[in-house]
Design a protein around this ligand. Structure first.
Ligand SMILES: O=C(O)CCC(=O)C(=O)O
Length: 273
């Protein structure tokens, strides 16, 4: 190890226990310094410039396949150290998606379980939510129902909230109580982890501050995507060995910013409507 490398961060047994009991983890060491995060934010408009008329930042999905900007974030050893503490030594990443709420943006993210949307089995996936801004209760930070990942997958219905960016969601009271939700608070450059079955969502951003985060999805190599439902799925081995060979491997991007030439399968197409 040279002088600029830091020792890998290992989740403690107490953090692992907390995650497995509650379905999320906060209070983790920063992934990026303020200066590093500022640089990533300066670069972000280059990616946004590739959006087509009518598209929103939510359409930046799986652009890691063609953008080293995103691929390098997803493969950041500091993130992989955290994920390894949950998934063990052998895992891949397969998705990246921005959730950006500009100041005074009324968009919400309805209560949902990611696993309801994904044609993947078994449930052995972790989302890293990397904050590009300081995020809290004032600017529409995420909330999660602790322990809800242990309650099984609940049938989602078509969204009643017209402001929700998701089309399928869970109604408060249908198997969970939103007053039990934990408010996520992160500084720019920090991340949270959550289980693919944990119920979560976020309100609008009525504040003067942007609320931007990048979600990156990681799964154990034992998790298989149903290619009949999501044919664009590509796995990128992050750590260890792929002893199962259940999924196709993705190409390594060669340019800093680019968009894939496939249309990602929509949540409605991939979900169990
Ligand atoms: O950014 C948000 O508010 C929601 C993110 C989310 O739904 C997810 O990570 O699955």
């Amino acid at each position: 190890m040279n002088a600029t490398q830091t020792a890998p961060y290992r989740l403690t047994p107490a953090q692992q226990k907390f995650y497995h009991e509650n379905g999320y983890l906060l209070g983790l060491p920063p992934i990026y310094t303020k200066a590093e995060m500022a640089k990533l934010n300066v670069e972000l408009p280059n990616l946004l410039a590739l959006l087509k008329p009518g598209e929103t930042t939510k359409d930046i999905r799986e652009w890691h396949e063609t953008s080293t900007y995103l691929y390098e974030i997803a493969m950041n050893p500091k993130i992989l150290d955290l994920v390894e503490g949950i998934l063990g030594p052998n895992f891949y990443f397969w998705a990246s998606n921005f959730f950006i709420k500009e100041p005074h943006n009324p968009s919400t993210v309805g209560w949902h379980q990611d696993a309801y949307y994904w044609p993947m089995a078994p449930h052995n996936s972790v989302t890293v939510w990397l904050a590009f801004d300081d995020v809290d209760e004032v600017n529409g930070g995420m909330k999660l129902i602790p322990g809800s990942h242990r309650g099984g997958i609940i049938k989602h219905n078509r969204s009643k909230q017209t402001a929700s960016v998701l089309s399928l969601e869970l109604e408060d009271g249908s198997g969970f109580d939103s007053s039990q939700a934990v408010q996520f608070r992160l500084k720019a450059g920090e991340c949270s982890l959550h289980d693919d079955r944990a119920i979560h969502g976020s309100p609008a951003n009525p504040s003067d501050r942007r609320r931007a985060g990048l979600t990156i999805r990681y799964s154990g190599t034992n998790v298989k995507n149903d290619m009949a439902v999501n044919p664009n799925f590509k796995a990128y081995l992050c750590r260890g060995v792929d002893e199962f060979h259940l999924n196709p491997t993705g190409p390594i991007p060669a340019q800093r910013y680019g968009r894939p030439n496939f249309k990602p399968v929509s949540n409605e197409e991939a979900g169990k409507v």
